[in-house]
Design a protein around this ligand. Structure first.
Ligand code: DQA
Length: 141
């Protein structure tokens, strides 16, 4: 089984950006956590991060017939991107949405998620553990 873990804009700034919200650990620490989780679950994990909407769409399209499950934290594109939603629908690979923070407890605009419409589950507000919960869900489904 091969999972694709996608992180969108500004997640490469973890450890620097708004530490009171996103914590002190950096993006490399998140990657290590995901790779450790994949090892524990006995699956392969491919990691991708981009700040560009079209690159995220390309990445999802490239997963077609190659990847068994997608975990995606689209960052701010969560709340705006029909293109990412459509890409997830196009490949119809089981997907989970993850957010480090509890987006429903923040600004009103963060309560809207387009991407959620193509995801089987959302894990928000669990920090790094949300990625683990999503990976476990996809492996066990
Ligand atoms: C985020 C929440 C988004 O609203 C925000 O734009 C991000 C990160 C999270 O992981 O909590 O960049 O997806």
């Amino acid at each position: 089984m091969k999972l694709l873990i996608i992180n969108g804009p500004n997640l490469n700034m973890l450890g620097i950006r708004e530490k009171h919200l996103y914590g002190a650990q950096d993006y490399q620490a998140l990657c290590n956590f995901i790779l450790e989780t994949a090892k524990d679950l006995g699956v392969e994990a491919e990691l991708y991060q981009s700040n560009h909407e079209g690159d995220l769409v390309d990445c999802i399209q490239n997963a077609y017939q190659r990847i068994d499950g997608i975990v995606i934290n689209p960052g701010a594109y969560t709340h705006t991107s029909v293109a990412i939603l459509d890409a997830l629908k196009a490949v119809s690979i089981p997907a989970c949405e993850v957010h480090l923070t509890d987006v429903n407890a923040r600004e009103e605009f963060r309560k809207i998620s387009y991407v959620r419409l193509a995801c089987e589950k959302t894990f928000a507000g669990f920090g790094f553990d949300g990625y683990k919960m999503a990976m476990e869900y996809l492996v066990n489904r």
